[in-house]
Design a protein around this ligand. Sequence first.
Ligand SMILES: C[S@@+](CC[C@H](N)C(=O)[O-])C[C@H]1O[C@@H](n2cnc3c(N)ncnc32)[C@H](O)[C@@H]1O
Length: 318
Amino acid sequence: MNSNELIASVLNDWWYYSVELAPGIVTKGMDTPQTPMLPRMMVRNCNLQDMDCLDIGSMEGLVPTAMVRKGAKSVLATDAIPHCQKKMDVVRKIYDVNFDFREIGLLYDLSFKLKDKGGFDFINLSGVLYHVFSPMHVLAGIRPLLKKNGLMVISTNVINKDGYTLEYNAEGGLQKENNTFWYHSVPMLEQLIRFFKMVPIDFLFCPHTPVNPYNYVPGLSSGYMSVVCRAVEDADIADGDAWAAAARMSSWEFLSLCNGPMLNSQPRSSITYDGSLNEVPTSLSGIRLMDSINDPKRIVASVNDPINSQMLRLADMS
Ligand SMILES: C[S@@+](CC[C@H](N)C(=O)[O-])C[C@H]1O[C@@H](n2cnc3c(N)ncnc32)[C@H](O)[C@@H]1O
């Protein structure tokens, strides 16, 4: 196929991302160029040069493309089913990027499904935790794949309130999308991150507003949060949470679902982070999400430059 035929073969398909396939020819994605894509902004802060990277739920491959362009050594794109395969193949060709794709089914037990892949320096887990029945089961499967000291970007819908709760999408009250089950309260998301031996080191928050009636619920302070997390080891966890430490040591769920032999034998990653917002010196205990959730510097309601949106252009290197 020549490039015109290649473009014509997918241009009028349904697209999740807006992708420039030739100068001025852009697919019609779901979001506007003003809608922030927080995970993309956070991945950009991670130094992926020569790193092994994993992306969960890749759709047409915007994030894997950015990872390759940022100099990753290897990139594995994944999805439950290969529903975007044809479009992803075209993106790969047009952007001249080389990454693998793996069909992984439901997002559970990935340390077993991907055990042949060994460890990753960087994992992007964005836009999926609200889609699954059990977010803890998903994290238990993914965390052992991360190298010691590795980075994971976790992005999901949250409710800006105290307390350790999951809000159920009762009668589609949070949004009508029929694969959406849970929004985490912000402290709950942080507890999940810490429970699975990571600490938050940076984040951005995009509040749901009436601009997008699809996910705006009057009276509810909800939004989309993207958190950069650093893997820490048992010896480094000094958060005073004796209950969590004991649960990690002896709960049947942790021992069975969070592959200890893989997690504990991961090599150490040298991946570094350049986040400009991370003004709090990163200590082993990381940052507290609720302490700065209302900080204007962390709130991104809309963006001017499409490079921070779900639009991928030929010139974009991240
Ligand atoms: C909202 S999109 C997010 C895409 C991308 N990760 C991002 O942040 O832009 C959700 C992704 O997860 C996949 N997905 C949705 N529900 C899923 C489920 N229950 N199990 C496995 N994958 C799911 C979709 O196929 C898609 O790739």
